[in-house]
Design a protein around this ligand. Structure first.
Ligand SMILES: Cc1cc2nc3c(=O)[nH]c(=O)nc-3n(C[C@H](O)[C@H](O)[C@H](O)COP(=O)(O)OP(=O)(O)OC[C@H]3O[C@@H](n4cnc5c(N)ncnc54)[C@H](O)[C@@H]3O)c2cc1C
Length: 384
């Protein structure tokens, strides 16, 4: 029998209460903002209040190492946290956002840890990551943004696109090609602070689900050598680690999203009568409910298996691809069935289902499209 340790279950219960009491009540306003074409993100006042509650409850720095004041929780504890968080469409991130945290832990030197990691770990600094380019997204090894050495400095030229979290970012981790290496070889990470000369936020791009991404231009953007993150030409491995962390998180979010959709579908179909019978008594609807329950169960086991392996220090790139692919495709289907069961109300901008559907639609593209994960999984299997 698979069971979580007691302390992980207690943490999950705490987050479940926090989501029900502090985040779900914010959905109505987020839905209204998105319906009016505005960003659906929390307002500064809403965010401040929620962050204060997080601090009170100790829901802060969950995966931050103890030496930086965090709880140093393993991935298997965070899976329950992210599952509960997935149940709400109110946009919120437990500080600090995990992927860049793990990249900084893996790659930053002592000075960078003091300057960037420590305030980031405390939730005082924010960051973004710029990997994708107009000509290279799903295949980031095809990036052409280049950093060239000039005396003791680096000079970056190129263009990045679809970058999230830019307005609040104090620094951006920028991936650029250095040296002559091909594909993943010769890609280096740099820390570019907001306001650095030659770092231009070219435009904001509204995305579905009330999200925003940004196109960035680097025009003779000059950085001192101290801004190189990790080892020159070896930026791909810590970048992959960061992507793996997000993919595990996406798998867990997908479980929470699907649970919420399933709960809503069950509640509605038990009381809605058409043609003299409850929807819940129709076989078509029962199959949606049964399939959702089976897939949620399967996905949870996949996420905990991947998390346990990651906690044991194993390479989980394959498992992370699997949970990201399976989770987002499951959530797409379950949310769509729930929307269909609600009829017109299912596609109304008043229900969270449609916002969740838009969000999961973007999740099937970012951190690698489904087709690229299928390719990566198949290649590993064929190559064995
Ligand atoms: C909401 C959102 C937030 C994002 N945030 C960030 C961010 O913060 N930082 C960042 O760097 N990037 C970010 N991205 C970019 C994201 O990582 C890329 O969009 C993604 O990797 C796909 O790249 P692309 O858009 O260039 O599509 P392409 O690589 O051109 O692929 C287009 C489509 O082609 C198909 N395809 C591609 N390769 C294959 C293949 N091998 N086999 C079969 N089919 C294939 C897939 O269906 C894919 O969707 C974000 C994207 C979105 C939508």
């Amino acid at each position: 029998m698979f069971e979580l340790p007691e302390e992980h279950r207690m943490l999950q219960e705490l987050v479940a209460k926090f989501v029900d009491r502090d985040l779900i009540p914010l959905e109505k306003a987020a839905l209204a903002r998105e319906a009016q074409g505005q960003p659906s993100g929390l307002t500064p006042q809403e965010e401040e209040k929620v962050l204060a509650t997080c601090r009170e409850l100790g829901l802060w720095g969950l995966d931050v190492p103890e030496e930086y004041g965090g709880a140093n929780l393993p991935f298997s504890a965070l899976a329950g946290v992210h599952e509960e968080q997935g149940r709400t469409c109110a946009p919120f991130t437990f500080p600090p956002d995990s992927p860049n945290l793990h990249m900084l832990i893996a790659a930053a030197n002592d000075d960078q840890k003091r300057k960037y990691l420590e305030p980031y770990a405390r939730g005082e600094a924010h960051s973004a990551i710029a990997i994708s380019e107009p000509g290279a997204g799903g295949d980031p090894a095809g990036m052409t943004t280049r950093a060239v050495k000039d005396g003791g400095d680096w000079v970056i030229n190129g263009r990045k696109i679809w970058v999230s979290r830019v307005p609040q970012a104090d620094f951006v981790i920028v991936m650029a090609r250095t040296g002559e290496g091909k594909r993943a070889e010769g890609v280096t990470a740099f820390i570019v602070e907001r306001g650095t000369k030659g770092f231009i936020i070219e435009r904001e791009i509204p995305m579905i689900g009330g999200q925003r991404t940004y196109e960035l231009v680097f025009e003779d953007c000059r950085l001192p050598a101290s801004q190189l993150l990790g080892i020159e030409g070896k930026g791909y491995a810590p970048m992959q680690l960061r992507l793996t962390v997000r993919r595990l998180q996406i798998g867990a979010w997908s479980i929470g999203m699907s649970r919420r959709a399933l709960d809503m579908m069950v509640e509605h179909t038990k009381q809605r009568v058409t043609f003299g019978q409850r929807l819940a008594d129709r076989q078509a609807i029962q199959w949606w409910i049964a399939d959702a329950a089976v897939k949620i169960h399967a996905c949870r086991l996949m996420v905990y298996d991947a998390a346990a392996k990651a906690d044991a220090g194993k390479d989980v790139r394959m498992e992370a691809s699997m949970v990201k692919l399976y989770g987002t495709e499951m959530a797409t289907e379950v949310i769509d069935h729930a929307m269909q069961s609600f009829g017109a109300m299912g596609v109304a901008k008043e229900l969270p289902l449609q916002l969740m559907a838009q969000k999961v639609r973007t999740m099937r593209v970012y951190e690698g499209p489904s087709e690229v994960h299928r390719m990566a999984i198949a290649r590993r299997i064929i190559g064995r």
